[in-house]
Every structure is written in structure tokens, then in C-alpha cells.
Design a protein around this ligand. Sequence first.
Ligand code: ZN
Length: 276
Amino acid sequence: MSAYRLLFFCFAILSFSLGLEAEPTPAKRSATRETRATPEEPGITFNSVHVDGPYIAMTFDDGPSATLTPKLLDLLAAHHIKATFFVIGENVAEHPEIVARAAQEGHEIANHSWSHPNFGKMSDENVRRQLQQTDDAIKNATGKRPTLLRPPYGSITAREKRWIHDEFGYDIILWDVDPYDWKRPGPAVVRARILKETRPGSIVLSHDIHPGTIEAMPSTFDELETKGFKFVTVSELIRMAAARPSHPSPQPGGTVPASATESPSPTPSPASSPGG
Ligand SMILES: [Zn+2]
């Protein structure tokens, strides 16, 4: 929607020239009542989604794992939970049957690159190859192309976000809940961190390649359910935001783009947070 984008762009210029540009939103934006799209990238990047109900998205990165992902799929099925898997292309090529199963069981399959490099430091051509190969591998395994990307380590520049969105149509998905499970702190800590930080609209990051993460999930799911949370895929969560009634901000056509919370910076601290 170029008119909308232009309007936002003008607004951004105006804000900047008037010196009204606010400090970047902190990573924990629970205090902000009103989430909004960043002026230059409306509706492209999501750390969490502003929803009216108790909906959350569980996301699992870096798989599929030959042993752990099937275990997780069993758990998800037992709990009737739909999750989103941000898969590594070379793992998909190795175990397409696991990815096919996940898709058949209603989970969303999304692009997490071919070999987990740092996009923020790569040429466009290499990023493009990483994305296309993985897109193809997912299509081969599931019959469907992905619509979401999570850049490895959450590392991606604002410019990359734009051309990737334009070329591949991907929304860029980060997270607002990070249990740091890749540090293998033990299942109890993984569970406690997720339970403490998850709120309506959260996108929860985890990895289905660590045994402790899978071990943490049965009780994590139980307790999230007890708290009243309902589990949807990331695309479903985004669609829920898009369905909200309009805000008093410029909205040509009266529709609201899916509200995204801003990243703290174009490259959300990959060094300190090698999650994703
Ligand atoms: Zn990752």
C-alpha cells in the first residue's frame, strides 16, 4: 500500500525535523499500551502482536531435529497446540518428512535461513540465496511456501527487512519472550522464564534442538493453559491484530496494519542475545 507508506514516511520526516523522534522503544514494551508500526516499515516486523484476547504464539527454531522435533510434535498434538517452526533449510533437506508431518498437523513452517548465518553482515546476494534455498526446501517438503522469516540471531538491517519483504513477501518475526534455552539452563529455568514473561500477544522463542527445552514443554504448556493462554501460529496472531478496529492515526481505507512492536534497534543485539 504505497499511499499509506508514503504518508508514514512524510510523518517520519516531519517528526524528525521537529525533533520529536522518541527514544527507541525498550525491548520490554509491556508498559506501552499502544503498539505501533515503525514509520519506515509498517507491519513488517513483529516482536509481539497487540491482540485483544489471551493469544500467544510458541515458536521453535533451528530444527527439525531427527529425535527432538517428533517428540515435540507428539506433545503439541496431545495438548492440541499449534506452533510455528522456524526451520533451517539444510535440516529440512535432511528430514523433509518431519517438516511434512508438522505442516500436516497444522503447525506453521517458516524460514530461518539455510545454514544460520548472520544476515546483518552478509551481501544481499548471499542472503537471497539462503532464503531462496530454504523457501524451496520448505515448498518441497510441505507443498507450501513460507510467509515468515526469522533472521538468525535476530540480526537483520532495516534495509534488508525492506527488500526481503518486497521480494519474498515475508514478515520479519522476532520475539518478546526469550528463555535463553540455548544456554541449556535446565527445564525448570526455561519453564519459569517463559511463564514469567509471557503475556497476551507474546511470541515465545525456544529451540527444538535442545533436550532441556523439550523436557520443559509439558509443564510449560500445562501452566500456560492454566493461566488461560490460547495457542495460535504466528500468522494467526498477526491476522488477529489486523482485524482490530481502526485507531485515530492515519489509516487510509480505515484498516489497521497488523500492529508491531518495534525492535530496539535495526539489529537487536545479536552479540548479547544469540537466540533465534
Ligand atoms: Zn536460530
